[in-house]
Design a protein around this ligand. Structure first.
Ligand SMILES: *[C@@H]1O[C@H](CO)[C@@H](O)[C@H](O)[C@H]1NC(C)=O
Ligand SMILES: *[C@@H]1O[C@H](CO)[C@@H](O)[C@H](O)[C@H]1NC(C)=O
Ligand SMILES: *[C@@H]1O[C@H](CO)[C@@H](O)[C@H](O)[C@H]1NC(C)=O
Ligand SMILES: *[C@@H]1O[C@H](CO)[C@@H](O)[C@H](O)[C@H]1NC(C)=O
Ligand SMILES: *[C@@H]1O[C@H](CO)[C@@H](O)[C@H](O)[C@H]1NC(C)=O
Length: 343
């Protein structure tokens, strides 16, 4: 890891260090879904408070923190890699403003950016009004900017994490997946358009994720007892990634002064799942927090008894629940992503 960090200092990526004269600190502004959310959903809303329930957060910080993991998520690892603390979730910023906290303290916290991501969100409306689309998240940045909470400079990085909720929502409306080819083009175009909007707002450093292999989610592999990834599903995420790569190379040509990088989750997930710390007797495709009695991770019955069971060594599991990596899963993915950026 140390070598990677040193290498990064010498090249230009959206996460590279920018030498300011003390005033222009690096900042990370995040838009996206559960792979990036660090606590934006309302903890008291039963439809969206899964990430606020036990056993989420049990590894770190030791209690639920609004993250869809037993610990840290992608945002945390990227912020750490940039050498800054994780930027505050927008919900926290708004709460502090409402409770009339000292505005300069709130501004100081926002100097490292703001996280606008909501678990379950996508480019298009997905599962309900609580899941703000990426455009709506960007509107929140505009509002924060108007209020003078943040300003976007050449030391600000925008991170866009779109892990596939658009496709889940589409699949619910189109069980035979008719029109999926055209829809994939629409999703990718919308991602590219959002990056242009962010660039127009002043971001010259833009990072985005591609899709992890859908077919290897525990949610998909359980019918085979977690022994086989579904190839059809992997082709779907792979197709999106091909379109995305070509869309992004066009965008790079249009915006030659911007630094744009794709964080390749497709290969980082595959490489992580193939070996290392996650290959052991327990299947690496299996989630640590498993549903039991038709429940799910985080669910309890009327008597408050858990409808899930948690594995004894979460750090040895790649997946935490049916689609989200564990803290150590994200650590592995992040290390692979960062090492590739240094090449
Ligand atoms: C989730 O929301 C429900 C309904 O408001 C509430 O009873 C429950 O305590 C919430 N869960 C957590 C962990 O806050
Ligand atoms: C707000 O906090 C800053 C330092 O954090 C302090 O200098 C300032 O006096 C405070 N303002 C008010 C109104 O309390
Ligand atoms: C970033 O912006 C500052 C002031 O706006 C300018 O002085 C500096 O040269 C810029 N740095 C780069 C790398 O563009
Ligand atoms: C699934 O795997 C478990 C543990 O390896 C084994 O006990 C079980 O029989 C398997 N079930 C099927 C349907 O293959
Ligand atoms: C793989 O996924 C596709 C699309 O969701 C589904 O139609 C197919 O039945 C799955 N294949 C297996 C072997 O589960």
């Amino acid at each position: 890891m140390v070598t990677y960090l040193l290498l990064l200092l010498t090249i230009s990526t959206p996460f590279a260090f920018v030498q300011g004269n003390g005033e222009s600190a690096r900042a990370l502004f995040v838009f996206g879904d559960s792979y990036a959310d660090t606590g934006n959903h309302d903890p008291s809303d039963p439809f969206v408070n899964m990430s606020w329930r036990k056993p989420y957060g049990s590894t770190w910080p030791g209690h639920p923190s609004g993250r869809y993991s037993d610990g840290r998520v992608l945002t945390d690892f990227i912020a750490a890699h940039m050498g800054i603390e994780t930027p505050p979730a927008y919900r926290v910023v708004q709460n502090e403003l409402k409770s009339h906290c000292n505005i300069s303290d709130v501004k100081a916290a926002c100097a490292r950016g703001i996280n606008f991501a909501y678990g379950g969100s996508g480019m298009f409306p997905t599962f309900g009004s609580q899941y703000l689309t990426i455009s709506a998240q960007i509107d929140q940045l505009r509002a924060a900017s108007r209020e003078g909470l943040v300003s976007i400079s050449n030391t600000s990085t925008a991170l866009l994490v779109v892990a596939g909720n658009d496709y889940t929502a589409y699949g619910r409306l189109h069980p035979k997946e008719e029109g999926l080819y055209i829809f994939t083009h629409k999703v990718v175009s919308a991602i590219v358009a959002s990056l242009e909007v962010l660039h127009d707002l002043g971001f010259t450093k833009l990072a985005l994720t591609n899709l992890e292999p859908f077919g290897c989610f525990p949610a998909v592999t359980y019918p085979t007892n977690y022994t086989k990834c579904n190839k059809t599903e992997n082709q779907q995420s792979g197709f999106h990634n091909k379109l995305l790569a070509s869309g992004i190379s066009k965008l790079k040509a249009e915006l030659p002064h911007a630094e744009i990088v794709i964080l390749d989750l497709e290969s980082a997930f595959s490489l992580s799942l193939q070996g290392g710390p996650f290959s052991h007797s327990r299947s690496q495709w299996k989630s640590c927090c498993e549903a039991k009695n038709k429940g799910g991770c985080g669910l309890v019955n009327a008597k408050g008894k858990p409808l899930y069971r948690v594995c004894s060594k979460p750090h040895k599991a790649f997946y935490w629940d049916f689609v989200h990596p564990t803290d150590s899963g994200w650590e592995s993915v992040s290390n692979i992503v960062f090492s590739k950026m240094a090449i």
